[in-house]
Design a binder for this molecule. Sequence first.
Ligand SMILES: Cc1cc2nc3c(=O)[nH]c(=O)nc-3n(C[C@H](O)[C@H](O)[C@H](O)COP(=O)(O)O)c2cc1C
Length: 149
Amino acid sequence: MTVIEGIVEHGDQRGRLLGFPTANITVSDEEVSDGVWVALVRLGPGRWAAAAVSVGRRRTFYGETGPKLLEAHLLDHNEDLYGQEIRVELQVKLRPQQAFPDVQSLTEQLHHDVQQACDWAASHYPGLVSAASTETSATGPTSSNMSYA
Ligand SMILES: Cc1cc2nc3c(=O)[nH]c(=O)nc-3n(C[C@H](O)[C@H](O)[C@H](O)COP(=O)(O)O)c2cc1C
């Protein structure tokens, strides 16, 4: 299992606009290969969250030249993690990174990724996701149950 530890940095806030805010960590090719994953994220002593995690260069927006980032969209958490150290344990790979033709296609795929992450967490770590988020995941996340600061 790949484990990444790092300090959360500010993204460019686009994730919030898309409805999928992320906690971002800069990573290198040596540490982790690109992809989309379900992960467990340690927020602090005894505090864990499930997450849909992207590792890559946001090719939809930056081609092959963007900085390589790990971006964790936490399920059922609503807090600003900027400046905090987190530990990310990649559990299951969902798919490779893609360059989408437009923002709508990316957003539709993100809904699907988050639904898969919710379903996986509900069956493996039910304490980490609320019943509400697994019920509503069929129609996509809502600002009340899936987003954080
Ligand atoms: C679960 C997940 C999967 C993602 N997959 C892709 C992808 O396949 N291609 C891509 O260009 N960006 C992908 N992204 C990154 C988004 O483009 C990025 O989070 C968004 O542009 C917001 O960027 P920001 O954090 O800098 O605001 C993914 C993000 C998440 C949370």
